[in-house]
Structures are given as structure tokens and as C-alpha cells.
Design a protein around this ligand. Structure first.
Ligand code: PMP
Length: 404
């Protein structure tokens, strides 16, 4: 008999339980080693206290260390005083201020585009833009960030996933699809520029060549590149491809030291998004302190001193780790130290932590089996002594665990 219709002893039908058994869902996560926990730090500096212990942090995306730079902090405070702590409404109602326009202008200059538009996060920028473009087909790198993946889902487009950073795989997919496609189909190729778990970069010029051959648009996510390359721009600017990429998306939450996302592109693209991107239209304008902070951070990133320190730290760490016998993937500021075995990588992460170094383990399902790694993300504000301590810890722990 259907339990929902069973009569109880009192004669009244029992209430069906239509609630959510979250305890068992969490327990399942725990059993599979996928349960995550929050762990507050005292602040977001390169050296901070976590769980009462002093730690050197090699795990943040605050790559230039500007989130605790006094000039950026001052700019956030001034914006709060001059404009307010929150925007109070969507930009299309009363949440639009001169400060928002100023940052959008600065970002457009750095990204070499007509205009930019601020969103409440990089996530909202990706999801809102892809859905608003409403493509018929999206060609998406297999390791794209979750916000691109969610944008693809929300847009209802047919999504074709091509092999990671593989222009040949993309060419094959475009060719195959073109054989049966109607001429009026609208196609989007979407890729991160710097991949945050592998530290590698998309073959942007080859992607632009293919897009032009097949008449598709290109959308890139510069989240882990913005602020770090030419004049504070991203990888697109380093490669000189600003004119060939239709949509450049990024975040203010990493090198630009605050919170929020942006889309850079043509006047028409931005005007369209102002009208059609639901995560822009129906969300409160970015908080003025975040806007003020990123405006100051962008100016500092453009001047270049902190970028130089970051890249020096990256080089010292990469060289040091490689000379110990570690294999370091990628070619950017993200240094994934390949360990392979999941248990070894977890042990390395734990022992580093005991030595006062926070550098998180990245393991399946985030990365494929056999490719577990430690993600080391240096910051411009790590001192020479900090970098030395990190290297010493890797050497001691790696030797003890017989990894090197
Ligand atoms: N894109 C990429 C590649 C990211 O790594 C992230 C953040 N982890 C985002 C987008 C989302 O940006 P935000 O944190 O500003 O929402």
C-alpha cells in the first residue's frame, strides 16, 4: 500500500514528509570526503591568524596583496563617506553613481574597449551575460569556471564541450557542427583565459582565428588575469587581442582587491546588457566602497610596482620548487604542484599547514584522478623571507613524505 495513504491508528492519514533530509545529504558528502568547512582568518594579509595559529597564506586570489593596502583601504572608506555604504537600488533605479561610471571608464581604458559594465560579482557577470546573449550553440572549454557552465545552462543553448585548451579539438567541433547548422544560428566560444586550477592559459589567438573562420563570437573570462598584465590589463591585452574578442568578463574580487564583476566590450554590447542581463537589471548596484577600492587598486596595478613584485615571487617559487624535484604545472601566477596520489597530496597539505604554510590541496573530483596537487598562489606582498619559508617547508615535508 502507498505509505502516503496509510491510515494511522488515530484514523487520520499520516502527514507525508516532503521536507529535505539535509543531514543525510551532508553525511553522504562526508563519506565521500567532499564535506567542506568554513574557517575564518583574522584578515586577508599574506600572513594572518587562522584558527588561532599564525600562517603564511599561499592560497588567496588577492594576488597583488592590495586588499590590505592602505591606499585601497582609504579609497574604500572615502567612497563610503562620500557616496554611501550601499547603492540602495539597482543601477537602473537610483543605484547609479558617478563613482560607478568612473571605474567603468578606467576599466574600459585598461581593457581597450568602448565601454564596461559593473555587475555584483564575476559570477553574476558570466551568468547574466551568457544568458542575455541567448546563443544557439556554445563551444565551451572543458575546464571553464562554474559561472560559465551555469551561464550555458541558464541560456538553454546547446553546449558543446571541447578539450581543455585544445584549439584542434575546438576546430573539430566547429567543423562538425557547421555541416548541419542553419546559417542564422548564433555561436559563442567561451573560455577562461587563465585557468585557476592548472595555471595554464587558453590559446587565444588560435581561438580568435577559428571564431573568425566560422563567424562565431568569443567570450573570455579574465578573472585570474585582470590587473596582472600590460598596464594592469589581462591576458587579452598582453596578447594584443582586444579588437578580436567580443566579450571580456572579469572580476574585481581577485587582483583588484574588492568585490564585483565587469563586462567589457562594444558600446552596443554594453547597452544591450544594461537592458537584458537579468543579473544586472534585478540586482543592486555595486556597493560604493567596493567600487572605490577597485578604482584605487586598478591605478596601483597599472603603475606596475606590485605586479613586478608578484612576478618575481612567482619566478623564485617556481624555480625553487622545480629545483627540489617538484613538477610545477602552468605558466602563470598560479603554481599547481603536481603530487598525483590523492592521499599523498592530502598529507602534503596537512604537513605544510603544521609548518605554518596554507596552500590548499586540489583533488578529485575537482581535478582528474591521479592529478591531485597543491595550489600555491604567491602574492606581491610576500617578503623574500616568506618565500624562503615556504620553500623550506616544501623541502622538509616533501623529503619526509618521500615525494621528492
Ligand atoms: N570566473 C573565474 C574563472 C573565477 O575563478 C571566479 C571566482 N572564483 C569567478 C569567475 C567568479 O568571480 P566572483 O568571485 O567575482 O563571483
Amino acid at each position: 500500500m502507498d505509505p502516503d495513504t496509510t491510515e494511522s491508528q488515530s484514523g487520520s492519514p499520516p502527514q507525508p514528509d516532503r521536507g529535505f533530509d539535509l543531514e543525510s545529504r551532508l553525511e553522504a558528502r562526508q563519506r565521500h570526503g567532499l564535506r567542506r568547512e568554513l574557517e575564518p582568518a583574522a584578515d586577508v594579509s599574506a600572513r594572518t591568524r587562522i584558527g588561532g595559529e599564525s600562517q603564511l597564506v599561499f592560497a588567496a586570489n588577492n594576488y597583488l596583496g592590495l586588499a590590505t593596502d592602505s591606499r585601497v583601504q582609504q579609497a574604500a572608506a572615502s567612497a563610503a563617506h562620500a557616496v554611501g555604504t550601499g547603492s540602495g537600488a539597482s543601477r537602473l533605479i537610483t543605484g547609479d553613481t558617478e563613482l560607478h561610471r568612473e571605474l567603468e571608464g578606467d576599466l574600459a581604458a585598461i581593457k581597450h574597449t568602448d565601454r564596461t559594465l559593473l555587475f555584483s560579482s564575476g559570477y553574476a557577470a558570466n551568468v547574466g551575460t551568457i544568458a542575455a546573449l541567448d546563443p544557439d550553440v556554445i563551444f565551451s572549454d572543458e575546464l571553464n569556471h562554474a559561472s560559465i557552465i551555469d551561464g550555458c545552462r541558464l541560456s538553454d543553448a546547446e553546449t558543446v564541450v571541447y578539450d581543455h585548451c585544445d584549439a584542434e579539438s575546438l576546430a573539430t567541433e566547429l567543423h562538425t557542427r557547421a555541416e548541419t547548422a542553419a546559417d542564422d544560428e548564433q555561436w559563442l566560444i567561451a573560455t577562461d583565459t587563465v585557468f585557476s586550477m592548472d595555471g595554464d592559459v587558453a590559446p587565444l589567438a588560435a581561438i580568435c582565428d577559428l571564431a573568425e573562420r566560422y563567424g562565431a563570437w568569443v567570450l573570455v573570462d579574465e578573472a585570474h588575469a585582470t590587473g596582472l598584465y600590460e598596464n594592469g590589463g589581462g591576458l587579452v591585452q598582453r596578447e594584443g587581442l582586444s579588437d578580436r574578442i567580443d566579450v571580456q568578463i572579469g572580476t574585481l574580487s581577485k587582483a583588484l582587491a574588492s568585490q564585483g564583476g565587469y563586462v567589457a566590450g562594444s558600446e552596443t554590447l554594453i547597452e544591450y546588457l544594461v537592458n537584458e542581463a537579468r543579473s544586472f537589471v534585478f540586482s543592486t548596484g555595486l556597493a560604493p566602497p567596493a567600487v572605490g577600492a577597485s578604482k584605487a587598486a586598478l591605478r596601483i596595478a597599472r603603475d606596475g610596482e606590485c605586479r613586478k613584485s608578484l612576478w618575481e615571487n612567482v619566478e623564485t617559487l617556481r624555480d625553487g620548487l622545480e629545483s627540489m624535484g617538484y613538477r610545477v604545472l602552468g605558466e602563470t601566477q598560479v603554481l599547481p604542484v603536481l603530487v598525483g596520489d590523492r592521499a599523498d597530496a592530502i598529507a602534503l597539505d596537512e604537513r605544510l599547514r603544521e609548518q605554518g604554510i596554507v596552500a590548499p590541496v586540489i583533488r578529485p573530483p575537482t581535478v582528474p584522478d591521479g592529478t591531485s596537487r597543491i595550489r600555491v598562489a604567491p602574492m606581491a606582498t610576500h617578503t623574500e623571507a616568506n618565500i624562503d619559508r615556504c620553500l623550506t617547508a616544501f623541502e622538509t615535508v616533501g623529503t619526509n613524505l618521500e615525494l621528492i
